[in-house]
Design a protein around this ligand. Structure first.
Ligand code: ZN
Length: 316
């Protein structure tokens, strides 16, 4: 098996659960909304089956409780089931006790459905922090995949990875807990979000794939994220949301499936695997430390995020 590694990740949440619509749709409205995440998730499962690739699905506990068959189907079709928290609350909005309770409940719900251990976590809207890592370790999670070094979105968190050792494109601490950052593109002195979401829908496939090729060259790996609602152009429209939030959420929804197919086919010589299997492959190969990585070098590694700026990026 040659090639570089691509980690496809899916944050399983519905159109009414995204951060961009939180001002418009209250949690108390969720039960009454039209649930469509199963449909969107199955579009992805079918696409992945067609392309013969494996992925990681970070699933909300609220959704897992309502669609346990979908969670089992994800696992049965060869993918990793992981946690996206219970209610999509930003970690930064939760006290440590509530955070622990959210992470614990989600892990238990998913493990009860799957009958196997859940190792991974992605924070809602990448709202990671050192405190979240501490909580994850306390609860037996093995890795997190929430760090975005671009620092372009005020919701995104910061991490101090100075005690972590870089192995492949993951970072592992002395206790064996790993962080798998979402990929960005280094362009001159700028770090451009290139991990998926709205940017993936906005840019033409040829440009996006060119960026991925550059990230693979620099990093020997690429971490992509998407959501089921990005594959559901028929979803209800939230007309009360702001114009900018509607643009970020709805831009090019009708083309996402075709673009992801193009991305996977463009890189079909590479190794697509789940986050869990990637970390396992690193430990099997035996801790080969990569050379300094331009995508995550210098400030991006030790301080991990510049002060937040005004540019908004789509929610995770
Ligand atoms: Zn999310």
């Amino acid at each position: 098996m040659g090639g570089q590694t691509i980690l496809l990740t899916v944050d399983v949440e519905d159109w009414f659960q995204v951060e961009n619509f939180k001002q418009t749709i209250d949690f108390s409205d969720w039960e009454g909304c039209e649930w469509r995440f199963e449909k969107g998730t199955r579009v992805l499962l079918d696409l992945f089956a067609q392309c013969k690739v494996s992925a990681t699905f970070f699933i909300l506990g609220w959704n897992a409780e309502r669609a346990p068959d979908l969670v089992r189907e994800i696992q049965d079709r060869g993918h990793e089931v992981a946690s996206h928290g219970f209610h999509h609350d930003l970690c930064s909005n939760l006290g440590q006790d509530d955070l622990l309770s959210d992470l614990k409940r989600t892990k238990e719900v998913l493990e009860h459905i799957c009958g196997s251990s859940v190792q991974g976590y992605r924070a809602p809207s990448f709202s990671i922090s050192d405190n979240v890592i501490t909580a994850l370790k306390q609860l037996g999670y093995q890795y997190d995949s929430s760090f975005d070094s671009s620092g372009l979105n005020s919701r995104h968190g910061k991490l101090d990875l100075s005690d972590f050792r870089k192995t492949g494109f993951a970072y592992t601490d002395p206790d064996g807990f790993s962080e798998i950052p979402v990929s960005n593109l280094q362009w001159g002195n700028s770090i451009i979000p290139w991990g998926g979401g709205g940017y993936f829908r906005l840019f033409p496939a040829s440009i996006f794939n060119w960026g991925v090729r550059n990230i693979l060259k620099a990093n020997n790996g690429y971490v992509f994220y998407t959501h089921p609602w990005e594959f559901d152009p028929q979803q209800p429209r939230v007309n009360k949301a702001s114009l900018s939030n509607r643009f970020r959420h709805y831009v090019n929804l009708g083309r996402t499936e075709q673009k992801l197919h193009s991305l996977i086919k463009s890189f079909d010589q590479e190794n697509f695997m789940s986050c869990k299997d990637y970390l396992l492959s690193l430990s099997t190969v035996g801790s080969v430390v990569s050379p300094p990585n331009p995508i995550m070098s210098g400030d991006a590694v030790s301080k991990l995020s510049k002060p937040n700026e005004s540019v908004e990026t789509p929610s995770s």
